[in-house]
Unconditional design. Structure first.
Length: 256
């Protein structure tokens, strides 16, 4: 992955992190926790817990996952986390379905495999005026976004931000996000594959049940016809056969 694209040279020193654990020595332990969540939990629970782990570590006010659509034209929020104690604050709620054309600079950086580090939204350069104003409207003070890769392709982004305050993100923050992103991308792919297998199995079971019921109906029809022809004429047999077949197929001929 490319080195982070950052505007930090333009920004003042930001507010310190919270009392969350810090330093590169904490990253292996945090990644182990993320791995355990991806193994032990269902999809949504695992993603929520992983977002909380990395958000707590970095002292972020929000962490989130976005995924690109197959059409290559849109990106959607997958999951987002915020600390419970901040629920009364003005939320920075992501739009569910966002056209990539609405913010080509950010999404083109991500699609190119480049992390984006913005320590102070208010000091973003004028050429990113529209993006800056959109973030300020949502009370976002700083952010870090890294691309999510799966099988060599960018499938989305993982990020965290602060609300109402600038923040100087450390190299370990960006590295944790990058490594966590790799694990989450693989985890999401596994969850999606498992869901596809489960849905296919459920569809097969449904079709087998429907076919079994259809065969049983035809068997009952044939048995009833056979029983009714023992005392009837050939003509009565043909009429009964036609009627039974029409009923089995859900239709009736005009001649019946």
């Amino acid at each position: 992955m490319e080195s982070p694209l950052s505007f930090s040279e333009h920004f003042p020193v930001a507010t310190p992190l919270s009392d969350a654990p810090c330093g590169e020595q904490a990253i292996p332990r945090l990644l182990s926790r993320i791995s355990r969540e991806l193994i032990d939990s269902d999809t949504d629970t695992a993603l929520d817990q992983c977002l909380q782990i990395i958000g707590d570590y970095a002292g972020a006010d929000r962490s989130y996952i976005y995924t690109f659509h197959e059409d290559g034209l849109h990106i959607s929020s997958r999951r987002a986390w915020r600390p419970h104690e901040d629920t009364e604050r003005k939320p920075a709620v992501p739009v569910v379905d966002v056209p990539i054309a609405s913010n080509p600079w950010l999404y083109n950086q991500i699609l190119a495999g480049k992390p984006v580090v913005i320590p102070c939204v208010a000091d973003m350069p004028d050429e990113l005026h529209a993006f800056r104003e959109r973030l300020l409207l949502l009370d976002v003070g700083s952010l870090v976004n890294v691309p999510l890769f799966h099988k060599g392709r960018v499938t989305g982004l993982l990020g965290f931000d602060t609300l109402g305050r600038a923040h100087q993100w450390s190299d370990s923050d960006v590295e944790l996000l990058r490594l966590a992103g790799e694990m989450l991308a693989v985890g999401q792919a596994r969850f999606e594959a498992e869901n596809a297998v489960r849905e296919a199995r459920e569809d097969l079971e449904r079709r087998v049940e429907e076919r079994t019921a259809e065969v049983a109906r035809h068997r009952d029809t044939l048995e009833a016809i056979a029983a009714g022809t023992a005392s009837g004429t050939g003509e009565e047999f043909l009429v009964a056969l036609t009627r039974r077949l029409a009923e089995s197929l859900g239709t009736r001929g005009a001649f019946i």
